[in-house]
Design a protein around this ligand. Structure first.
Ligand SMILES: [Zn+2]
Length: 414
């Protein structure tokens, strides 16, 4: 049977019907609905010579043996956030099913080909994203902390994952799955507005942004709003407000996709009759280039000190979280460009703002690339998430073309 991308779109709708409701997708990991999705996925391979296994971290693998043990991996995640969209994660998995069926139909491939549905990419229930892929990559190091996490109903993470045969102590055993992996391919919806803005269906992802998250506290002096002249105030909010406008300039000057967001400013005492004494800001800065990310951070810090001086207040920075940029494999990026041009005429390279399982696999040293397909209105993690059927079909074709090229390259040993 040749590749049938319209079947992928029909199967995506079937899965949405089976595991969603009027509010959207409900495939939260480690729940009955998620298990139903996993069972449904298994049925897609009826009559196809693939072997199913579930690893120590709960990842679901389908392996089609090839002439060589070296494996080309195709991955995605079938879990969703509560009230999620019908495409985030599941597109990659279901498109991968179609590609595996096409390859199996043509006989034994040159390399082993494996589809993986990663467990709990979203971290929706326990706040720990990329659970299964970080275990397989060997980068999961927070087992102690995870063992005390609970969901909103009070169930502990060990109990929730234990019901699906996973234990935190053994989750890292999933590392053996990446032995022999020669390439990792992941198709995903963009979840942003860039491709739609360019009028292009598909793009090739260069890597995932590095992130610097800081809490910045400006401290001035609370004083009576009526009796304190304007030129004698130590107004913490004035400095914070200047910084909020300056980070937009810093991102603009840095360019190449730079983004800076001040997502929160909390003021105290927070009453209308007082000058603001403390303004606590949360700043998120992202870039694909580690040096430029570091430069954005130091420019932000320098600006904050300047504004603190101008407003006669103190400023303090504290790192909340950070991750380095993760770059995808250059030769796979070339192959992905070829595949996209073959099916869509034109390609475009772009970074990914969100993290993906692919970042964990790349960190583990497996050559990795991602394809993005256009998202309508840039919306995701909502039932409004959507992509045109014709673009979904093109994306399946692009994944198939990329998989074909990658298998021939890995199979020929180059
Ligand atoms: Zn996703």
């Amino acid at each position: 049977m040749p590749l049938d991308p319209s079947r992928t779109v029909a199967e995506l709708r079937e899965l949405a019907e089976l595991t969603g409701d009027e509010n959207g997708a409900q495939r939260v990991a480690w729940t009955e609905t998620w298990e139903r999705a996993r069972g449904w996925l298994r049925e897609r391979f009826a009559g196809v010579p693939v072997e199913e296994t579930i690893d120590a971290a709960g990842n679901q693998w389908f392996t089609l043996r090839g002439a060589s043990d070296r494996a080309v991996l195709i991955g995605g995640h079938i879990d969703s956030v509560p009230n999620g969209g019908w495409l985030d994660g599941s597109l990659n998995v279901i498109a991968g099913v179609e590609v595996l069926r096409r390859i199996a139909e043509e006989g034994t491939p040159a390399t082993t080909v494996r589809l993986v549905s990663w467990a709990d990419e979203e971290g929706a229930r326990f706040g720990r994203s990329l659970f299964g892929s970080s275990a397989a990559a060997g980068s999961m190091a927070d087992q102690d902390e995870l063992s005390s996490r609970r969901d909103v109903e009070g169930m502990s993470l060990p109990d929730a994952v234990g019901a699906y045969g996973v234990s935190l102590e053994r989750a890292l055993d999933a590392r053996t799955e990446l032995e022999g992996a020669a390439a990792y391919l992941e198709l995903h919806i963009e979840q942003g507005p860039v491709l739609e803005g360019l009028g292009l269906p598909l793009g090739v992802v260069l890597g995932t942004f590095g992130v610097e998250r800081h809490q910045i506290t400006f401290t001035g002096q609370a004083a009576h709003a009526g009796s304190t002249p304007m030129d004698q105030r130590r107004d913490a909010l004035a400095a914070a407000a200047k910084l909020e406008l300056e980070i937009r300039e810093i991102a603009r000057r840095t360019g190449a996709g730079a983004v800076c967001t001040m997502g929160s400013v909390v003021t105290k005492p927070g009453i209308v009759t007082s000058v603001v004494e403390t303004a606590v800001c949360l700043l998120d800065q992202r870039h694909l280039d580690a040096d430029r990310l570091a430069e954005m951070l130091s420019n932000g810090q320098a600006a904050s000190r300047r504004f603190a001086q101008e407003e006669d207040v103190e400023v303090e920075w504290e790192r909340v979280w950070s991750i380095e940029p993760i770059l995808f494999d250059e030769s796979l990026i070339e192959l992905a460009d070829e595949a996209v041009r073959e099916v869509a005429g034109e390609s475009h390279r772009l970074p990914s703002g969100p993290l993906h399982d692919a970042a964990e696999v790349a960190r583990a040293g497996v050559p990795t690339v991602m394809l993005f397909v256009q998202s309508l209105r840039g919306l995701s993690h909502t039932k409004l998430e959507d992509t045109k059927d014709e673009h979904l079909e093109l994306s399946v074709r692009a994944l198939d073309a990329l998989a074909g090229r990658t298998i021939s390259r890995v199979g020929s040993g180059s």
